[in-house]
Write a protein that binds this ligand. Structure first.
Ligand code: BG6
Length: 489
């Protein structure tokens, strides 16, 4: 497809909001800079009481703030700002959409991309108003930001409301983790390398760890976060998507539905976390005051705007199990938290040891191959290999060292594109494979809902000091299985 074929109107609902200003406009700017937007693309910001000139100035200031200075060049910025316009629309007032319809009708033959970056509770209302004013046609696409709902029931309501006006083939549900370079690389790594393809099952893999740790706390989002908590905010979407990509069977091709069919099978095969295994399989934590990089930081309940009696979790560790032939007996340990010692997202695949061990018994633990897929920072892959130590005095002493592939070094990438750049490009090109289908999101909610229900009955979060790797119980959960998290060796 040539760029000229991708002429479109991209419309942002909630255009002055944090996500659009911090992430979406900068991502589109980068696409402009890489010459990936057709010359006549229109970017239309929609917000209530938006005064167009002020909104453009505000957006320019955001670009200068959120795009690294070295990547701002005056020509590109001018070209980009010429594509950008604002329209004041009160999303709840049907009559306001008529002006939008007139604007869209100036270019009737092109794809319209409606990007919903507001609270999900109004996605249905926006869709209804767009439809009644005649803005939606069969080529239109809608992009929906997470969180889509708060539970299976509420996500079902949002999906059903939007689904009245768009076919599933027109709907792009965002999970920005799917736009990360290394996440896409997981598909290449697994299905283009016979070495791994043959080993990717319970005969060869003992367990899998998925960690998504953040150094930041709640960052002024207490009101939002406290209603969701870490399970809904991170596990229901990002961690389960990563688990699916690691665990799914090979799709028959790279089409969106072939990949998504396989992911849904994994979600359906997850062992439900019933009450009897709640305490052994799920650890819930909330940070207390501590130190990060030598600086004191407040606890969750001491953050600005905090409700000091909240029992919302800022940390979750889960032992997930997948009930199928490929993964029987292989735990997937998931862990995610705020205020951890470092920002780190990585997947570690632990391979089983050889059936018969012949080296020094003391070194037995060393003889394990580990594949680490690092999403951030320093995107790359590292395979821990066991060799003999060098030197006449070393005998058959074992040594474990990594074979490393750092993407930035290997591919001479001057910068790693932000996930939203990839995702916006795929929406423009009409590829759904990096977006979440309705049955995926609903199956993920179903699994999480059960955990949430079990929490209602007691199960207060355990405290952990900011700057630590979570409550001790999370280490104990692995120790019970004779294992440790990666940072403990
Ligand atoms: C978002 C969550 O989806 O992901 C945030 O709502 C979280 O709470 C963010 O901070 C993490 O994303 P990333 O790309 O920085 O790992």
């Amino acid at each position: 497809m040539s760029i000229a074929d991708t002429s479109c109107d991209i419309l942002f609902f909630g255009a002055l909001g944090d996500l659009t200003q911090r992430k979406l406009l900068p991502a589109l700017y980068q696409l402009e800079r890489a010459n990936l937007l057709s010359a006549d693309t229109r970017i239309i910001g929609l917000a209530r009481d938006s005064e167009p000139a002020d909104s453009i100035n505000h957006s320019e200031a955001s670009l200068r703030r959120f795009v690294p200075e070295a990547e701002i060049d005056t020509d590109t910025l001018q070209r980009f700002l010429q594509k950008l316009q604002f329209l004041s629309v009160d999303f709840g007032v049907a009559a306001d959409y008529l002006a939008l319809k007139d604007l869209l009708d100036q270019r009737p033959d092109r794809t319209r991309i409606f990007y919903y970056s507001t609270a999900a509770s109004i996605y249905g209302m926006i869709s209804a108003n767009l439809a009644s004013s005649g803005c939606i046609d069969e080529r239109s696409r809608v992009v929906m930001e997470k969180p889509i709902g708060h539970s299976l029931t509420s996500s079902h309501e949002v999906n059903a409301a939007v689904g009245q006006y768009y076919d599933e083939a027109q709907i792009y549900r965002i999970d920005h983790y799917l736009g990360k370079e290394t996440v896409q690389n997981l598909i290449a790594l697994r299905f283009a390398n016979n070495l791994f393809g043959n080993q990717w099952n319970q005969n060869h893999i003992s367990h899998v760890e998925i960690t998504v740790a953040e150094k930041v706390g709640i960052e002024g989002r207490w009101g939002y976060f406290d209603k969701y908590g870490q399970l809904r905010d991170m596990v229901q979407n990002h961690l389960l998507q990563l688990l699916c990509l690691v665990a799914m069977d090979p799709p028959s091709d790279l089409s969106a539905d072939a990949i998504r069919d396989e992911k849904v099978k994994v979600l359906k095969a997850l062992r439900p976390i019933t009450e009897d295994i709640r305490d052994s399989h799920v650890i819930r934590g909330q940070y207390s005051a501590g130190e990060i990089a030598g600086e004191p930081v407040p606890g969750y309940l001491e953050e600005p705007d905090a409700n000091t009696t909240s029992d919302t979790e800022s940390f979750v560790a889960i032992k997930a199990e997948i009930r199928n032939w490929r993964w029987a007996g292989v735990p997937f340990y998931l862990r995610t938290g705020k205020r951890m010692p470092e920002k780190l997202s990585q997947i570690t695949i632990h391979f089983r040891q050889q059936p018969h061990y012949i080296f020094d018994p003391e070194q037995r633990k060393l003889a394990e191959n580990k594949l680490t897929i690092k999403l951030q920072p320093d995107e790359g892959i590292s395979l821990q290999i066991v060799t003999k130590d060098q030197g006449l005095d070393k005998g058959m002493q074992l040594r474990s060292a990594p074979l490393q592939l750092s993407f930035s070094q290997a591919f001479e990438m001057s910068r790693v594109p932000d996930a939203y750049e990839r995702l916006l490009l795929e929406v423009i090109n009409g590829n759904q494979y990096l977006f979440v289908r309705r049955d995926e999101i609903e199956n993920a909610w179903k699994w999480c809902d059960q955990i949430l229900e079990n929490w209602q009955d007691g199960n207060e979060p355990l405290p952990y000091a900011a700057g630590s790797w979570g409550p001790e119980a999370s280490d104990v959960m692995l120790a019970t299985d004779g294992r440790t998290w990666h940072e403990n060796g």
